[in-house]
Design a protein. Structure first.
Length: 134
């Protein structure tokens, strides 16, 4: 099942964000420029990787059933933490050591395993070439 360019683009985005979300808070802080709201940055990258609600990426058909299930589990958890009462999780860097982020790390690591990847620190976000027209 060959992946086309579009599939590969999202596959790599998913890989980056899962690796980034699985890192320790110190590693996560090092992925972004100083003074970044790291949770918010990770959330934005996550939304970009799954086209906000995950379904479009599932429709592309390059994910296995197990991969889809692992992403759905992570997605459901992230979506459950999107209300105003959870803003601190995303907007306060100290929360990167909180209970919610520990769960996000665990679910991300589980997905990484299901994708058959080895957990590694991804390249810092802004070291990658960014296409402003994307």
């Amino acid at each position: 099942n060959e992946m086309n360019e579009r599939d590969l683009f999202y596959y790599n985005k998913i890989k980056w964000i899962l690796m980034a979300m699985a890192q320790s808070s110190e590693e996560q802080l090092s992925l972004f420029p100083p003074d970044s709201l790291v949770g918010d940055e990770l959330f934005s990258e996550y939304e970009a990787a799954v086209l906000v609600d995950l379904d479009p990426v599932i429709q592309y058909g390059f994910l296995s059933l197990q991969q889809t299930d692992a992403l759905k589990e992570l997605h459901a958890y992230i979506v459950s933490k999107c209300g105003v009462e959870f803003e601190h999780i995303w907007l306060d860097n100290e929360q990167l050591d909180g209970e919610e982020w520990q769960i996000i790390r665990k679910l991300s690591k589980k997905a990484i395993e299901i994708f058959g990847w080895v957990l590694e620190k991804p390249k810092p976000l802004y070291s990658m070439v960014i296409d402003v027209n994307e």
